[in-house]
Design a protein around this ligand. Structure first.
Ligand SMILES: NC(=O)C1=CN([C@@H]2O[C@H](COP(=O)(O)OP(=O)(O)OC[C@H]3O[C@@H](n4cnc5c(N)ncnc54)[C@H](O)[C@@H]3O)[C@@H](O)[C@H]2O)C=CC1
Ligand SMILES: O=C(CO)COP(=O)(O)O
Length: 333
């Protein structure tokens, strides 16, 4: 049984998960960069910057010193953006990490340049440590206020998978297990791009039919690309695939959706990102996933359209028109 855990990242998701697992654990230490945030969490049992309405259990404290998390915690959660995962995992490995510590990746994205998944990066930086992943329709805002949801835990070690499933089981949180880490991580990464596309669609003033059509074709594209990149087909019909796709494409909470909405309404990418104040993984991941798709020769018209809007200055309306006027094809092709 896991009794203590460390959480790297004192942002939205780290705070939501501290709220969740802090209810059953003896001790949770959160590690962040901002001393004011860390002090606020420890003193007031509330994050002064993220998820500010959510109280944190008495078991939760925070620090800015990574060394405090490296030793004495059998489980460490990675809740920093994907762009910071390699650096954070390297620092952790050099901070005196206990040999048996399990590492759980909660971030959603793949690395720019290499196309690597977060679990493989963590494994490479912290060799010998068991690595698992958590994903699903899991908006921080809802977990932090005890609204019910489900997640899938990807883990190849059966005993650890059981321990993690026990930890991530509460009256408002149900978890499933799977050994398809690739499929789980790819679904969570790729859906970010479609959440931007859904936001753009809303921002352009299109209706429910258009968004339903987009999400349906996005699922076909995500499955096609995800299988080419190494995931199992059935995983994309699960919580980390279609489940998270629905959550982010239709939710007011989705940061990626909000970036898309701003773009559809005519704002620049910089304006859209600046007004958010939180990480929208779909922005860097549109690049990393577009590049990964090119490497395996996948047909990804929706990802290509989002890439053109974000990085080639194509007006969103033009990108939409091009998508709709492509050569006709069978639905299941
Ligand atoms: N917010 C959500 O509802 C969910 C987020 N996630 C994933 O969790 C990850 C983190 O997202 P959020 O917590 O939403 O982001 P956030 O923007 O709310 O917080 C990010 C945190 O990481 C820290 N950070 C940023 N750059 C860093 C660096 N270079 N080194 C160390 N720390 C750094 C920030 O100071 C902040 O504490 C992302 O990959 C996201 O996709 C997954 C599920 C749900
Ligand atoms: O992954 C998420 C919910 O499952 C969060 O999505 P956003 O990053 O778009 O807010």
């Amino acid at each position: 049984m896991i009794q203590r855990a460390a959480i790297l990242g004192t942002g939205s998701f780290g705070t939501a998960l501290a709220h969740l697992i802090g209810q059953s654990l003896q001790e949770v230490v959160m590690v962040g960069r901002d001393p004011e945030v860390a002090e606020g969490i420890t003193r007031d049992h509330r994050n002064p910057r993220y998820m500010t309405k959510s109280s944190l259990p008495a078991s939760v404290r925070a620090t800015t010193r990574l060394e405090e998390a490296a030793s004495g915690f059998p489980l460490i959660l990675f809740c920093v953006p994907t762009s910071a995962t390699r650096e954070t995992a390297t620092q952790l490995a050099n901070a005196g990490l206990d040999p048996q510590t399990a590492l759980l990746s909660c971030a959603k994205g793949i690395e720019r340049g290499t196309g690597e998944r977060m679990s493989t990066i963590i494994e490479a930086c912290c060799p010998g440590h068991p690595v698992a992943v958590l994903s699903g329709p899991n908006h921080a805002e809802e977990i932090a206020t005890d609204l019910a949801t489900c997640a899938v835990i990807g883990c190849c070690d059966e005993a650890l998978a059981r321990d993690l499933q026990t930890l991530f089981t509460s009256p408002n949180f149900r978890s499933y297990t799977s050994d398809d880490l690739a499929g789980i991580e790819l679904g969570g990464a790729i859906k970010n791009v479609y959440a931007i596309a859904a936001g753009i669609t809303s921002g352009l003033g299109l209706g429910d039919n258009a968004i339903a059509a987009l999400v349906t074709r996005a699922l076909a594209e995500m499955t096609r690309l995800g299988v080419q990149l190494g995931g199992r087909i059935e995983t994309f019909s699960g919580l980390s695939g279609v489940g998270d796709l629905i959550a982010t494409c239709f939710s007011v909470h989705s940061r990626n959706h909000r970036v898309g909405l701003a773009l559809g309404e005519g704002r620049s990418l910089k304006e859209a990102v600046d007004q958010l104040g939180m990480v929208a993984e779909g922005v860097p991941n549109t690049q990393s996933i577009y590049e990964a798709a090119r490497r395996v020769g996948a047909r990804t018209p929706i990802i290509d359209a989002v890439y053109a809007v974000l990085y080639e200055h194509k007006p969103a309306g033009h990108a939409l028109k091009e998508l709709l006027t492509r050569d006709p094809r069978p639905e299941t092709d």
